[in-house]
Design a protein around this ligand. Sequence first.
Ligand code: ADP
Ligand code: LRH
Length: 476
Amino acid sequence: MFAAVDFGASSGRVMAARVGPGTLELAELRRFPNRPVRVAGTLHWDILGLYGNVLDGLRAAPSGLVSVGIDSWAVDYGLLDERGALLGNPVHYRDARTDGVMERVRAELGDDHLYQVSGLQFLPFNTVYQLVAESAEVLKRARTLLLIPDLVGYWLTGRIGAERTNASTTGLLDVRTGAWSRPLLDRLGLPAELLPDLREPGDAVGTLRADVAEETGLRADLPVTAVASHDTASAVAAVPASGERFGYISCGTWSLVGVELPEPVLTEASREANFTNEGGVDGTVRYLRNVMGLWPLQECLRAWDSPDLPALLAEAARVPALRSLIDPDDPEFLPPGGMPERIAAHCRRRGMPEPGTRAETVRCVLDSLALAHRAAIRQAARLSGREVEVVHLVGGGSRNELLCQLTADACGLPVVAGPVEATALGNVLVQARAHGVVGDLAEMRALVAGTQPLRRYEPRGDESAWSDAAARIGLG
Ligand code: ADP
Ligand code: LRH
């Protein structure tokens, strides 16, 4: 039995999994909302609340636990002082402190240089830009930077390290050498000593601290195992694909859309298309683009006081297709708040009919997201030369039947939806492999395919309606 701690941007869970030949069973120990908190104008993660939920989840674990693994959203971090105490509460990547920072760094260092070093998509919240936005005073006192799963691992075990897949999202890891980029850190005046030694997925983190063991009732020698601690890396590890000719969409708060490659793609065309080369398990490259995902929908639901989602989706399915469209990747949709109004204003500005009802707004978001999925899948295939015959859509978004069907229609490809909890499955599978229970990546994926409920959507109708719509919003 393995336990997975999985923090998504919208919710977290602690899961227990039984893994064996032909067996992969996931049980939920605890699920909790992940609600950011604005304090004195800065948007923070409620990191101690999240950690408290981890302890509660672990307390509910069945006996016979072999190991625990932790994954979370990327890029964000806590800074520790010389005593190992947290220096301030981790800031949310959607906070405005990075406004204008990326533009400044890009102007100073040049896009090509930055892309050749990290291979990353230019996103304003990449760790590198957050660090540049930190106050000099805080950086002076900081001794160690820990990404969120490494921070929680530190609290559980007292051990410090930086797991590689998540480190690959910082913008500070050299995509060719696999080491922290000392020259880049020096040029930005960032202290290289902040960054801990790297760990690989499958490495031991440590064993539980005595006080954690006492508080959770777990044995003190229980190992914490490093997994692919970037949630998207865990999700991609659990994509139930066979062979190489697949695209994936890890669809939750974000849609991470791309292909898996043996080597990074660092061409000019790739940089201009803003594709990322993040690290996957076993040295694979997650060649993908961040698409805004279900965030606009989540924010609409929050603005409307959480109406019943399945009922709203059923209504949205009856709304005429491709009427009101947005470019979901417009940075204006990044921050929280006022989402229905922002969507209406975006449509107005672009000469689209404004959605009049909630169902029309939802349809607008999902049609537009399907168009963005189509554009990213096509570009990933073209820029990498990897043929895509099927698209695997995993994560919470795979429960959205309308979105899955629209994505199949837009891409003109079959979509295989599920598993919903791909990230937690990838988390436990990497632990299981480290403890000798499963084999290589192909075997892990075959186990997911053979045990988890999946649903296949065939593309319907006239693909030209989608290419016309894509051209209307510049996503051709
Ligand atoms: P994250 O890891 O980013 O927090 P998840 O993978 O947990 O995201 O997915 C959350 C999303 O799943 C929600 O934004 C919601 O749109 C979608 N979702 C959850 N339950 C359902 C459902 N019953 N029907 C349709 N969509 C759902
Ligand atoms: C998805 C995710 C994504 C990152 C974003 C910050 O949860 O990890 O891969 O780009 O959060």
